[in-house]
Design a protein around this ligand. Structure first.
Ligand SMILES: [Zn+2]
Length: 170
């Protein structure tokens, strides 16, 4: 017959450290909410794929800004989505939907003044016009992909990105 102290030992080894019934309830609740829903797991996988795709896009661009040509190590570069991530999750880890931009042409810190000539997030309309002019066929392809209905297998996507990353890093 397990005693209450045995139960406490078991719970504390499971990460539940509070004692007393209130503490126990809180601890168990914490354990339960820690387990992720299938949607959260899917979203975590998608985000992992996005991080990998951004790295690939920057590697392929040799860490140079698509707008000004400046690059690392002097100018930090970012992977910037062409079609925004939040509204286009399916294509959020597509390498061709990510542009390598230097920090000053990508986004500015809140409160800072963006550079006058070009800034992806400060002047979205101008940025898209520039993109359409410079990458007409890619613009067309992305636009068409955007309306397609499909479900991404994120595990498969991560595996594909892993292979591409390996090839680029050698
Ligand atoms: Zn730049």
């Amino acid at each position: 017959m397990p005693t209450s102290s045995d139960i406490l030992v078991t719970l504390s080894s499971a990460g539940v450290t509070s004692t007393g019934s209130k503490g126990l309830k809180r601890g168990i609740l914490k354990q339960m909410t820690r387990s992720k829903t299938p949607q959260q797991i899917r979203e975590a996988k998608r985000k992992r794929a996005v991080t990998m795709a951004k790295k690939i896009a920057r590697l392929q661009a040799k860490y140079r800004c698509a707008y000004c040509g400046r690059g690392e190590p002097l100018y930090r570069t970012h992977g910037s989505h062409i079609f925004a991530e939040s509204k286009n999750k399916n294509m959020s880890a597509d390498v061709d939907n990510i542009l390598c931009l230097c920090a000053s042409h990508h986004a500015v810190m809140p409160g800072r003044t963006p550079p006058k000539e070009f800034n992806w997030h400060s002047y979205p309309a101008e940025s898209i016009t520039w993109f359409q002019d410079n990458y007409p066929s890619l613009w067309q392809a992305l636009k068409e992909r955007r309306w397609k209905k499909y479900k991404v297998n994120w595990d498969k996507k991560i595996e594909e990105l892993k292979i591409t990353l390996k090839q680029l890093e050698v």
